[in-house]
Design a protein around this ligand. Structure first.
Ligand code: HEC
Length: 125
C-alpha cells in the first residue's frame, strides 16, 4: 500500500490510514458515510467525451434498489446490506470490484480514504 496520507483528514483517520498502510485490513478503515454518499452520485466527465459516470450509473442512487450494468444491461442486485446481507462480507470481492469500478467511473483507482468513505456509506444502507 502506498496511498498518501491526506493532511485534510483528522488525526484519528490518519492513524487508521497508517494502520492500513502497515497491512491491517484496509476495508476496516473508518470512513465518512456522508462523504461516501456525496461521492456516490458525483458525476465524472470522461476524456473521450462520452456520458459522465458515477457509481449510481450502474447501482442507482438508491442502494436498496437493483441496478443495471450500463454497458451490458445485466441486472445488478442491490448493494445495500439491509436488503442483501452478503454484501461487503467478502473482502477480496469488495477490493476487486472497487478497483474495477473506481477505474471505470473515476478513470483511476480510489484512494484508501475514498474507499473507506464508500464502504461506510454502503454499510449504512
Ligand atoms: C459499469 C457499472 C458499474 C459502476 C459504474 C459501478 N459498479 Fe460497483 N459493481 C458493478 C458490478 C457488475 C458488480 C459485481 C456484481 C455484483 O456484486 O452484484 C459491482 C460490485 C460492487 C461492489 C461489491 C459489493 C459486494 O458484493 O460486496 C462494491 C463495493 C461496488 N460495486 C462499489 C461501487 C462503487 C463505490 C462505485 C463507484 C466508484 C461503483 N461500484 C460503480 C458494476 C458497477
Amino acid at each position: 500500500m502506498t496511498q498518501p496520507t491526506s493532511s485534510r483528514r483528522t488525526p484519528a483517520l490518519g492513524a487508521a490510514l497508517l494502520l492500513a498502510a502497515a497491512g491491517a485490513a484496509p476495508v476496516a478503515l473508518a470512513g465518512d458515510a456522508a462523504a461516501g454518499a456525496a461521492a456516490w452520485v458525483r458525476e465524472h466527465s470522461q476524456r473521450n467525451g462520452g456520458p459522465a459516470r458515477s457509481c449510481a450509473t450502474c447501482h442507482t442512487p438508491d442502494l436498496t434498489q437493483p441496478g443495471q450494468h450500463v454497458r451490458t444491461g445485466k441486472p445488478i442486485e442491490p448493494l445495500a446490506p439491509s436488503v442483501k446481507p452478503e454484501r461487503l462480507t467478502d473482502q477480496a470481492k469488495v477490493e476487486k470490484w472497487l478497483r474495477r469500478n473506481c477505474r471505470w467511473t473515476l478513470g483511476r483507482e480510489c484512494t484508501a480514504a475514498e474507499k473507506a468513505d464508500f464502504l461506510a456509506y454502503i454499510r449504512t444502507q
